[in-house]
Design a protein around this ligand. Structure first.
Ligand SMILES: C[S@@+](CC[C@H](N)C(=O)[O-])C[C@H]1O[C@@H](n2cnc3c(N)ncnc32)[C@H](O)[C@@H]1O
Length: 369
C-alpha cells in the first residue's frame, strides 16, 4: 500500500445518521418478517454459519480483488483459485442472495458495494475480519456455545486449551490476520477519535495494547506536537514498524513490549485503551486499569475508546460484538456508561465525560484521582 493510500480516509456518514438508518433497517426487517412465514427468516438466521464460512473463504481467496477489474463467471473464479467450478457457482449465488457480490444477466459475477468492502489494500477493508471470523479457531470456539451459556466462561479456552492471545502467540499467521483486521477497523475509527478529543491539552500519549499503532499514528499525524509510546505483546510490536513508517511518525513513537498485567510504560500524560477492556472480565479489567493508574500521576487522563452499549440497546453492532467477546475473549463484554464508571472508580479514576466520535465508538475519559 502506498503511503497516500494508507493515510486516505473515505468520508464516513455521520454517527446519528448511521444510528437512524440501522434502526430503520431493523424496523423494515421486522415488517418483512411479519409478512412471511416465520420459518423463512428463521432459516436465514439458523444458517448463519454458512455466511461466516462463505464470507471467510471469499475473503481468503480474495475473490473481490479478482473481480476488481471486471466481472468473471464462476468457472473463471474457480480456475484462478484452484477450486471446483460448480461449488464456486453455488457459493457465489448464495453470497449474492445475502447481498454480497452481484449476479449479472450474462451469468457473470461482479462486485457490489458490500463486496467492495472485502477488497484488500483499501482503508477500512473488512477482508481480514471476514477471514478472521471464518477461521477454524474462531468457529470451533463458537461450536461450544451452550458450554458458555451453562458456565458463563469463554469457549475459546475450553475448546483450544489456551486463551486466544496465547493461541495467537503460537499461530503467528492468525495473529497477523487478527492484527490486520483490528488495524483496518481502527483506521476507520481513528480520524474521528483524533479529531473529537482535545489532544492539544496533552504532550505524550501511550497506546496501551495498541496493536500495530493505527490509532496512535493517526493521533500523532493530526497533532504534530505529540510524541507517543506504543505498547503491546512483543510479537505484535515486532510487526509495527511498517505502519508507523508509512504514516511518517516512526521517529515520534517509542516501541515498548510487555504485558499490561505486569506494568504499563510510565511517563505519558494520556493513556489510550482502545478495544481492550471489552476483551476482559471486570476483575482483569480492573487489574489493567490499576496498572495504568500506577504509571500515571494525578490529573493524567485515561481514554477508553470502545462502544458504549446500554443494557436495553438492541440496535447496531453492540449486542453481537458483546457475544463475540463472551465466546472468544477472556469473559469479555461490551459495557454501559455506568459499567465504565464503576470500573474506573475501583481503579483510582473518576469518569469525567464520554465524548462521542463520528463512528459508533465513544471516548470514555477517566481522570487519575
Ligand atoms: C482487540 S485488540 C485491540 C488492538 C488495538 N488497541 C486496536 O483497537 O486496534 C487487543 C490487543 O491486546 C493485546 N494484548 C492482549 N493481551 C495483552 C497483554 N497481556 N499485554 C499487552 N497487550 C495485550 C493484543 O495483542 C491486541 O493487540
Amino acid at each position: 500500500m502506498s503511503s497516500s493510500e494508507a493515510t486516505r480516509v473515505p468520508g464516513l456518514p455521520p454517527r446519528f445518521l448511521v444510528k437512524i438508518v440501522l434502526g430503520f433497517r431493523r424496523w423494515l426487517l421486522a415488517l418483512a418478517n411479519a409478512m412471511v412465514p416465520p420459518q423463512l427468516p428463521l432459516f436465514e438466521l439458523a444458517t448463519g454459519i454458512g455466511r461466516t464460512h462463505m464470507l471467510g473463504t471469499a475473503a481468503r481467496l480474495k475473490l473481490a480483488d479478482l473481480l476488481a477489474d471486471g466481472p468473471l463467471d464462476a468457472a473463471q473464479l474457480a480456475a484462478r483459485t484452484s477450486r471446483d467450478p460448480d461449488a464456486m457457482q453455488r457459493m457465489m449465488r448464495a453470497l449474492v442472495t445475502v447481498g454480497v457480490f452481484a449476479l449479472r444477466r450474462d451469468g457473470r459475477f461482479a462486485n457490489n458495494r458490500l463486496s467492495n468492502g472485502l477488497r484488500s489494500g483499501r482503508v477500512g477493508t473488512f477482508r481480514d475480519f471476514a477471514d478472521y471470523f471464518g477461521s477454524a479457531s474462531n468457529v470451533n470456539a463458537w461450536a461450544d456455545f451452550d458450554g458458555t451459556l451453562q458456565t458463563g466462561k469463554n469457549a475459546f479456552e475450553r475448546v483450544h486449551g489456551m486463551s486466544v492471545w496465547d493461541w495467537f502467540d503460537r499461530h503467528p499467521e492468525e495473529r497477523s490476520v487478527f492484527a490486520a483486521a483490528m488495524g483496518s477497523m481502527t483506521q476507520l475509527d481513528a480520524p474521528g477519535v483524533a479529531r473529537a478529543y482535545p489532544f492539544r491539552e496533552v504532550r505524550r500519549v501511550c497506546d496501551v495494547a495498541g496493536s500495530r499503532g493505527a490509532l496512535l499514528a493517526e493521533v500523532l499525524v493530526q497533532h504534530r506536537h505529540l510524541s507517543g509510546v506504543l505498547f503491546d505483546n512483543a510479537g505484535v510490536i515486532a510487526t509495527a514498524g511498517p505502519l508507523l513508517g508509512a504514516r511518517g511518525v516512526a521517529d515520534r513513537v517509542e516501541l515498548s513490549s510487555g504485558s499490561f498485567f505486569d506494568k504499563v510504560p510510565e511517563g505519558c500524560d494520556a493513556y489510550l485503551l482502545k478495544n481492550i477492556l471489552h476483551d476482559w472480565d471486570d476483575e482483569r479489567s480492573v487489574t489493567i486499569l490499576q496498572n495504568c493508574r500506577r504509571a500515571m500521576k494525578p490529573g493524567h487522563r485515561l481514554l477508553i475508546v470502545e462502544l458504549v452499549v446500554e443494557k436495553q440497546e438492541t440496535a447496531g453492532i453492540g449486542p453481537l460484538s458483546d457475544v463475540q467477546m463472551m465466546m472468544v475473549c477472556n469473559e469479555g463484554r461490551e459495557r454501559s456508561r455506568a459499567d465504565f464508571a464503576r470500573l474506573l472508580q475501583l481503579s483510582g479514576f473518576q469518569l469525567s465525560r464520554v465524548v462521542p466520535t463520528p463512528t459508533l465508538m465513544s471516548i470514555v475519559e477517566g481522570v487519575a484521582a
